[in-house]
Write a protein that binds this ligand. Structure first.
Ligand code: HEC
Ligand code: HEC
Length: 259
């Protein structure tokens, strides 16, 4: 009897109200926690990093530190596709001669890390050491772009339709303000250079056409800051054909002042 009385008076006491409050608060916190942990089990999809390369002073210094003579020996592994003069015999395979040094190095690094996909180039770049990459990039960047009658380059390829020229010149020189397309020559030269942009002026048309296509569809996604993908998506199919044919016909001025 004494115990029942004590229980009844406890239930009426402020102590009991306090205890109930604690139990309630604890269960609320627990439920809240459950909600929080459920949220962290379904995080936002990770943001895809386009490239592991960031142009810090250290990266630029390392990428520029290659030994061209050692690069020449490594290039024997590349020549049957990219040509012994750095100019390929097939318009679908890129020329490397005279290409921007940082651009070349970044592409090798992106192939190696898988940020740029290519079933041909990924295993080749994967077999190169970091030093090999700087050396071979230095070598190709130093090759002359002047034509040699002995080599088998496919560059330049004549333009199929002369009417493409006006479309290409307009985009290269002025861009298109309405579509938010800056002039190609303000990043790719010769008017301005963005770090790690290619020198398009000696590149094969067939290869360029494919790259513009791949950036537009998202098959190539290794450009830092989405620059290229955004521009390529704004270009019409006719723009892409006109630009690649114009560059592929060696009609764009392109002496890289940094070489
Ligand atoms: C079996 C043929 C083949 C060999 C060998 C080869 N490449 Fe390539 N390379 C290609 C093809 C094809 C592409 C274009 C890939 C694509 O479509 O994205 C390419 C692309 C590249 C690019 C990107 C060019 C650009 O304008 O973006 C670089 C840089 C490159 N190769 C360097 C090398 C180096 C250095 C070697 C030798 C160590 C080498 N390649 C060996 C076929 C080859
Ligand atoms: C804001 C600067 C910028 C502008 C403007 C620009 N590009 Fe680029 N472009 C780049 C950069 C940077 C890269 C290198 C992307 C990477 O790291 O792979 C690139 C890469 C490319 C490539 C791939 C080259 C290769 O060898 O594979 C093509 C093709 C290209 N641009 C065409 C164009 C054309 C055509 C225009 C004009 C309509 C243009 N770009 C305008 C910055 C620019």
């Amino acid at each position: 009897m004494g115990r029942a009385k004590a229980l009844a008076s406890f239930l009426r006491s402020p102590l009991c109200a306090g205890a109930l409050l604690i139990v309630f608060a604890a269960s609320f916190a627990l439920r809240h926690n459950v909600v929080l942990s459920a949220a962290s089990e379904n995080p936002e999809p990770p943001v895809r990093v386009p490239s592991n390369v960031a142009w810090t002073p250290e990266t630029i210094a390392f990428a520029s530190s290659g030994d061209a003579f050692r690069g020449l020996l490594i290039a024997r592994r590349c020549n049957h596709c990219h040509g012994s003069e750095g100019f390929s015999s097939e318009a679908a395979v890129p020329n490397l001669a005279g290409e921007d040094l940082l651009y070349l190095w970044k592409q090798l690094e992106d192939f190696r890390s898988g940020k740029r996909e290519s079933h041909v180039m990924q295993p080749i770049a994967g077999a190169l050491s970091p030093r090999d990459m700087t050396d071979v990039a230095k070598y190709f960047s130093m090759l002359p772009t002047a034509s040699d009658p002995q080599d088998t380059r496919s560059f330049p390829q004549p333009m199929q339709d002369a009417s493409f020229a006006s479309t290409a010149v307009r985009l290269i020189v002025f861009g298109d303000g309405q579509r938010g397309i800056p002039p190609c020559q303000s990043c790719h030269g010769p008017v301005g250079y963005v770090r790690g942009a290619s020198t398009l002026a000696y590149q094969n048309g067939g290869y360029l056409r494919q790259q513009l296509e791949d950036f537009a569809t998202g098959d190539r996604t290794n450009d830092i800051n989405l620059r290229r993908r955004t521009i390529a998506r704004e270009l019409t199919a006719e723009d892409r054909t006109a630009l690649s044919q114009f560059y592929g016909a060696a009609l764009a001025p392109g002496v890289n002042p940094r070489r």
